[in-house]
Ligand binder design. Structure first.
Ligand code: FES
Length: 451
């Protein structure tokens, strides 16, 4: 809403014509005594019509005097409503609607035309033919964008038909009022939308149709998402096996003894491991091979850094991981750890309690921290020889149950357990015994960076 002030140049006086005066007296007489002020708007409107479509100060005062009102109150009414023009307007006074429905349908482009052709708002063109004003909704939104010119509406305006309209008005030609595109009232544009002749308006088939469409779209999106997720999972599982199997033994899986080996030796070991990995995927675990490679009198694993068995374990772990992943993908998302483990392996038989009431310190196995030891105990696993005897299905079951399939092979739990069950040591068990491994001494169960 812009500030509305009286025009600077004002006529000295105003008086209704005898005809308008008679009309005004008749109107005022319709109101009960003391309520004549109710006639203020019709009187101001008639004064504006009489005075070239704008209200001078003298007209406002004349109306106030006729109605016995304070002049300031009538001025408040005249300045409040934009339908009252407080300054001269053109012979064709254009009120362009700028409210959102008209705005989004093209009112800004029409506004630019008016600015270009006539000038700024409330400016009368040099020939006195045009002036314009942007106003709020004029109630013809369904035929937006629109403009009121003097007392008539012009709707469905486009840049083209608006320019033609202005040309015709300027040339004094007859113009078409209402829709400029041929629509009758606010009926749908021919060929677009629905007409009242559409039988679906009356046969009930539209009831709940939007909801049905919404639900169908939701179901379609959910199915597409599930299909995409399944395809991604399958592709990932298919890629994982060959890729991982082809990899040379990862440094992390070479086990701690790699850290004891010299760098050149480790590099040599990795080179040696690569060819072994390609053929080892389907072979059986190589704990025995590892055992043969160690000196039981010193440490079982100290010489294992360059052992191709590490690569074999890695390859086997990768292959099984891929198989397990594929199987788990078929389970429901809220499957329990036990359900997942049962789907891929067989639970090892457990004891109800440690033999003789004394459990082995399972934390002496690299990869078994305090938390995992507790979980193993809950499964009835208390001794090294139990772990050493795990079969492939049992390894898969435990690995999946503990949520790290493949790790048991990579860290060679069963190989370590075999040595420890015989009363031998590993490098790792010696570190545990010396209290050098925090996760094995009651500290927080987290990856040991020293491993
Ligand atoms: S928004 Fe323009 S007429 Fe209603």
């Amino acid at each position: 809403m812009s500030v509305r002030r009286l025009a600077e140049q004002q006529p000295p006086s105003f008086a209704f014509t005898p005809e308008n005066k008679a009309w005004a007296d008749k109107l005022i007489a319709k109101y009960p005594k003391g309520r004549q002020a109710s006639a203020v708007i019709p009187l101001l409107w008639r004064a504006q019509e009489q005075h070239d479509y704008w209200l001078p100060k003298a007209a406002i005062e004349a109306v106030a005097d006729m109605l016995g009102m304070n002049r300031l109150r009538v001025l408040e009414v005249a300045t409040f409503y934009t339908m009252f023009n407080l300054a001269p307007v053109g012979r064709h006074f254009i009120q362009l609607c700028g409210t959102p429905p008209c705005h989004v349908r093209g009112a800004p482009q029409l506004r630019k035309i008016l600015e270009r052709r006539i000038g700024p708002q409330q400016h009368v063109s040099a020939d006195g033919a045009f002036s314009w004003l942007e106003v709020e909704c004029l109630g013809a939104c369904c035929n937006a964008p629109m403009a009121q010119i003097n007392n008539d509406y012009y709707e469905d305006l486009t840049e083209e038909n608006f320019l033609l309209l202005l040309d015709d008005l300027a040339a004094g030609r007859t113009v078409k009022k209402g829709s400029q595109t041929g629509r009758i009232s606010s009926e749908p544009t021919p060929g677009k939308g629905t007409t009242l002749a559409d039988p679906t308006l009356y046969d009930g088939s539209r009831v709940g149709a939007w909801k049905k469409r919404f639900e169908e779209e939701q179901a379609r999106q959910a199915a597409a998402a599930a299909e995409a997720a399944a395809a991604k999972e399958a592709a990932s599982a298919a890629q994982q096996a060959p890729t991982d199997a082809a990899k040379p033994a990862r440094p992390a899986a070479v086990t701690e003894e790699a850290t004891l080996a010299s760098a050149p030796a480790a590099a040599k070991a990795a080179a040696a491991a690569a060819p072994a990995a390609s053929g080892a995927a389907a072979s059986t675990p190589t704990h025995e091979a590892k055992e043969r490679s160690v000196d039981p009198g010193v440490t079982a694993l100290a010489a294992g850094a360059a052992d191709p068995a590490a690569a074999a374990r890695e390859a086997q772990a990768a292959q099984e991981e891929a198989e397990i992943k594929a199987k788990l993908a078929t389970l429901s998302k809220d499957a329990t750890p036990q359900q997942k483990a049962d789907a891929v392996g067989a639970r090892p038989a457990g004891l109800t309690a440690a033999r003789g009431g004394v459990a082995d310190d399972l934390k002496r196995i690299k990869g078994v921290g305090k938390v995992n030891e507790g979980k193993l105990n809950e499964l009835g696993v208390f001794h090294f020889d139990q772990i050493a005897a795990w079969t492939r299905p049992e390894i898969r079951w435990v690995g999946t149950y503990l949520a790290f399939p493949g790790r048991i092979d990579r860290e060679d739990w069963t190989g370590q357990a075999k040595l420890l069950a015989q009363g031998l040591e590993t490098e790792f068990s010696r570190r545990v015994d010396r209290g050098e491994v925090s996760t094995s001494t009651g500290g927080p169960s987290r990856p040991d960076k020293t491993k």
